[in-house]
Ligand binder design. Sequence first.
Ligand SMILES: CC(C)(COP(=O)(O)OP(=O)(O)OC[C@H]1O[C@@H](n2cnc3c(N)ncnc32)[C@H](O)[C@@H]1OP(=O)(O)O)[C@@H](O)C(=O)NCCC(=O)NCCS
Length: 196
Amino acid sequence: MSLFDAANGMRLPARRRVPLRGYRRVLVEGAEIGTVVIERATVADLPQVNETHRRCSAASRRARYHRPRESLMPTEWSTLCGSGTGGTWLARPAANAGRVLGMVSVLPCSNPSSWDFSILIDDAWQGRRLGTVMARHAVASTRAAGVESVEALVERDNVRSLKLLRRLGAAIRTCDASTVEAHIRLRRDPVVPGSP
Ligand SMILES: CC(C)(COP(=O)(O)OP(=O)(O)OC[C@H]1O[C@@H](n2cnc3c(N)ncnc32)[C@H](O)[C@@H]1OP(=O)(O)O)[C@@H](O)C(=O)NCCC(=O)NCCS
C-alpha cells in the first residue's frame, strides 16, 4: 500500500528506497507505517505536536523558528491553529493519530493579503517528499481561500526548503546576510479594494 495525501486524494507512487539526492523523491510505502493523512490541526493536538518538536534536531527547529525553540506554548499553538482564517495542517499515520510526522502553517500576520508560511517535518521523515506534499496542500487551501500570496522567511543555506518553495513558484529575495524571503503569488490579479 502506498502513502497518499488523503485530503487531496492524491496517491504517490510507492518505492522501497528513497534516494537522498535523487531527482524524484516519493514517500516510502506502507510497510513502515501505512497511510499518511493530512488534516487540520486543533488546539487539542499540542502534546503530540510538542513530542514532534522534541524528536526534531535543534537545527530543524531553528530552521523553522529562526531561533532556538524546544516546544510551543498553548497560546502560540492556539494562534497557529487559526480562527477561521488560515491555520495549521498535520500529517499523521492513519493507524496512529497520536504521532505527528509534520506540520505546515499558513496564517495572516501583519499583511491580510499575504499570509505567512512555515513548515516543520520530523527529522526522520525529511527528504521523503512529505514536506512537498504538505506545502502543496496548505498553499492550495490558501489559494482557495482567495488569498493573494504567501511568504516564508528561510535561512539562505536551507537547501531543502528553498527547493520546495521554488517548486511552488516562489520568487526569492534577500533579506539580510543569513535570511531570504520566498514570495509565492497565488492570484494573477491582485485584489483591488472595493472591486467586486
Ligand atoms: C524544509 C523541509 C520542510 C522540507 O521538507 P522535506 O519533506 O524534508 O523535503 P522534500 O522531501 O519534500 O524535498 C524538498 C526538496 O528538497 C530536495 N531535497 C530533499 N532532501 C535533500 C537533501 N538531503 N539534499 C538536497 N536536496 C534535498 C528534494 O529533492 C526536493 O527538491 P526537488 O523537488 O527539486 O526534487 C523539511 O526538511 C524541514 O522541516 N526542515 C526543518 C524546518 C525548516 O527548514 N522549515 C522551513 C522554514 S519555515
